[in-house]
Ligand binder design. Structure first.
Ligand SMILES: [Zn+2]
Length: 290
């Protein structure tokens, strides 16, 4: 079964629906990070939440969602675009130290940043996270920051046989447009409350997003507007990494050149390694002048 991001609206009722299944994309991203079990699940949930927010971006921008934690894990982040691109990161040392374990960590806050297509920040919001799930925090965020009434469900489950792979990573959101009447809203809330567990929609062929959408719709007639393939993507480049190395400053560059005879920079999002030789460093130092 093909994984997509489905966007739909009610034909006669002003409700908006988003359904996401992200297992394949997050398996690939997780493998690059060495993320397993709890960490892979939380990275996936962050990415799904990020997709819910980026799906309403009007422009070709991006949305960054960061959850901050206190304990063995400090932050988990995912950036997504309305076109279905996704990347995610956590602190690499923490990912490796954790393995498939559940950490001693409590959620602290969730931050979101919206960017335009040039990378300029359009909006920045922060909500405190209770012990609640990412989905519950997201619904609170939507209401507090954007005055949007929404119901959200997100669940990622690592494969118990192989915690480096996901069994499921899926989510749904129902959002009420401002003109939605109280009765339709109450009905949608009831459907959301009575939705069976997401694992119900897991079939031998994969996650059945269309079955989930029709369960969410209940007796509302829905029209699908878009189905987009989610794809792992990172815009990092050697040129950008070179600028990061230069930003270390002359003293540090001299030390790298003379003591280590080279440098390696790793992209925290896609784990691509960029190697810089002694000659590269020499050129950077010359470029900085005196
Ligand atoms: Zn990258």
């Amino acid at each position: 079964m093909k994984e997509t991001i489905i966007r739909a609206t009610g034909k006669t009722v002003p409700l908006r629906y988003v359904v996401v299944s992200l297992r394949e994309a997050m398996d690939e991203i997780g493998a690059r990070h060495g993320a397993e079990g709890w960490m892979l699940e939380r990275m996936s949930e962050c990415a799904i939440a990020s997709f819910f927010l980026s799906s309403s971006l009007k422009c070709a921008g991006a949305l960054s969602l960061i959850t901050y934690w206190d304990g063995e894990v400090s932050r988990i982040e995912s950036d997504t675009t309305p076109m279905g691109l996704v990347r995610a990161r956590a602190v690499h040392d923490e990912v490796l130290a954790l393995g498939p374990r559940v950490p001693e960590a409590t959620p602290v806050r969730m931050e979101t940043r919206r960017f335009d297509e040039k990378g300029k920040i359009l909006a920045h919001s922060v909500v405190n996270m209770g012990k609640a799930s990412v989905a519950q925090n997201l619904a609170v965020y939507l209401f507090q920051s954007e005055q949007v009434k929404a119901a959200v469900g997100i669940q990622a489950v690592a494969d118990p046989e192989n915690p480096a792979r996901l069994k499921m990573a899926a989510g749904w959101m129902i959002e009420a447009f401002p003109d939605c009447d109280a009765a339709s809203l109450a009905k949608a809330e009831e459907v959301a409350r009575n939705l069976p567990p997401l694992e119900t929609f897991l079939t031998p062929e994969g996650f059945d997003e269309h079955a989930l959408l029709s369960a969410l719709a209940g007796d509302v007639d829905v029209q699908i507007h878009r189905e987009i393939d989610p794809k792992p993507f990172c815009p990092c480049s050697r040129e950008r990494m070179r600028n990061n190395v230069i930003a270390l400053g002359k003293k540090q560059l001299l030390a790298l050149r003379d003591e280590q005879h080279g440098a390696q920079a790793v992209c925290e999002f896609c784990r691509t390694e960029y190697d810089f030789t002694e000659a590269d460093l020499d050129e950077m130092i010359k470029g900085l002048g005196k």
